[in-house]
Design a protein around this ligand. Structure first.
Ligand code: 13P
Length: 339
């Protein structure tokens, strides 16, 4: 069986991070709707093909998270995506949760489903080439929520998933996402993210998950989108690091942030600010979906003639985030490349 710690460390190698391209069929439809493209299986394949075959991406991208449909698809010349990525030196991964569903007797809160039959599904995905997996729990901040009930049931499910992954020879990416929707302050985000991480690491320990053989994919500690006061990048970096230092064991090889709807450049600048304050007990990296893909999706717009422009836009974001891994990014690099 592959050394899980080795895979986990490869995923957070210096200068590199993860591309989350695991949008479910429903989510990718939403993204395609925003640029007026029909969400057919072939369009979804063509779009992922554009991203995955970008030359030079492997200099900044260590792994790609795929979706159930995508892991079974192939490049335009017929190489299965997982095999193609592996040939580029990029580790293929797979989203295995089945989405956040209403949590019984808890209005406005969700529980992530997908544990039934997971052992067999993991075995199949491993056979298809996946070497790591992802499960996302969703925590909403609102009046009187999240409840402890929501935090602990989601943490319990995350740990059950993580233990099954390690048993199956896959590195689990444990993703408890505290949403930034709402008008809450950054202090409230700090408090809820702290409670969430406390529950998650308690369950991981109780369920015998090896911290060395996993990665954490959390939200940054941020002001709510609709909050009247928006914290500065420096404040975000400081509170996020304070929160994680208190809750994430140093044995975890890396923290790979999600972008969660931040603008591309904000997601990069904040990652950069955190790394500029290093060294840290863990690698601090990215596992971005929207913040890596948004400009590429726009440039592509569903036209095969725009593939070059889409790849250029994706490569640029990958490069900027790669630089943010060592605190070497600065916003003026954006203009230079765009010009
Ligand atoms: P975003 O970076 O767009 O939040 O997506 C990351 C992800 O994988 C969410 O589950």
């Amino acid at each position: 069986m592959a050394d899980l710690n080795e895979t986990a460390r490869a995923l957070v190698a210096p200068g590199k991070g993860i591309l989350a391209a695991d949008e479910s069929t429903g989510t990718i439809k939403k993204r395609f709707d925003s640029i007026g493209i029909e969400s057919t299986e072939e369009n979804r394949r063509a779009y992922r093909n554009m991203l995955f075959t970008t030359e030079g991406a492997a200099d900044h991208i260590s792994g790609v998270i795929l979706y159930d449909e995508t892991i079974r698809q192939s490049t335009s010349d017929g190489t299965p995506f997982p095999k193609y990525l592996e040939q580029q030196g990029i580790v293929p991964g797979i989203k295995v949760d089945l989405g956040a569903k209403p949590l019984a007797l808890a209005p406005e809160e969700t529980i992530t489903e997908g544990l039934d039959g997971l052992r067999e599904r993991l075995e199949e995905y491993h056979g298809l080439g996946a070497r790591f997996a992802k499960w996302r729990a969703v925590i909403t901040i609102g009046k009187d929520i999240p409840s402890e009930y929501c935090l602990w049931t989601n943490a319990h499910a995350l740990a059950r998933y993580a233990a099954l992954c390690q048993e199956a020879g896959l590195v689990p990416i444990v993703e408890p996402e505290v949403l930034m929707d709402g008008d809450h302050t950054i202090e409230r985000s700090y408090e809820v993210t702290s409670r969430t991480l406390f529950a998650v690491f308690t369950e991981l320990r109780d369920q015998r998950v090896a911290y060395e053989d996993m990665l954490l994919k959390p939200n940054m500690v941020l002001s709510g989108y609709d909050g009247s006061e928006q914290a500065s990048d420096q404040q975000i970096a400081e509170l996020t690091l304070k929160c994680f230092r208190r809750h994430v064991p140093a044995a975890v090889p890396g923290i790979v942030f999600l972008s969660g709807g931040q603008s591309d450049e904000n997601a990069t600048a904040r990652l950069n600010a955190m790394n500029a304050m290093g060294p840290h007990p863990w690698e601090i990296s990215f596992s971005y979906g929207r913040a890596l893909q948004a400009p590429a999706l726009k440039a592509w717009a569903g036209e095969s003639g725009n593939v070059g422009a889409g790849q250029e836009a994706y490569l640029h974001r990958a490069k900027m985030n790669g630089l943010a891994r060592s605190g070497s990014y600065s916003p003026d690099m954006e203009e230079k490349v765009a010009a």
